[in-house]
Design a protein around this ligand. Structure first.
Ligand SMILES: [Zn+2]
Length: 121
């Protein structure tokens, strides 16, 4: 059985979740503004390079957004795992994730070895 999760750790995860949600909202606003600017630029036919540059910027926003969503998902998973009583257990090998790792990365779902194995394959 994994060690009980401290209140502090739960609060930490909840704080991360709130921050990510906030970031997501802000990012969506940014994307909206960029789209409006893009639409305005598209009306001027001599600004193709600039429009292209902005499209690239939008793509960056999109990947940033999917990163935040992914992270948010992992935080939600961790909070679910706390409720289910299996927080801090590696999803892949079922071993206990070291406390130092959870301290540094409260939403870690795998131990370092499994994470590394996944990344190299
Ligand atoms: Zn593992």
């Amino acid at each position: 059985m994994p060690a009980p999760v401290s209140k502090q750790q739960i609060e930490k995860l909840e704080a991360i979740r709130e921050k990510l949600k906030h970031d997501l909202v802000r990012l969506e606003e940014d994307v909206e503004t960029a789209q409006q600017e893009l639409a305005q630029e598209a009306n001027k036919d001599d600004r193709i390079a600039e429009v292209a540059a902005m499209a690239v910027g939008r793509e960056l926003d999109m990947s940033l957004e999917s990163n935040i969503r992914l992270l948010l998902e992992r935080v939600e998973d961790a909070l679910e795992a706390i409720k289910a009583g299996n927080y801090g257990v590696c999803k892949s090998c079922g071993k206990k994730i070291p406390e130092e790792r959870l301290e540094a990365l409260p939403y870690a779902a795998m131990c370092v070895e499994c994470q590394r194995r996944r990344e190299t394959h």
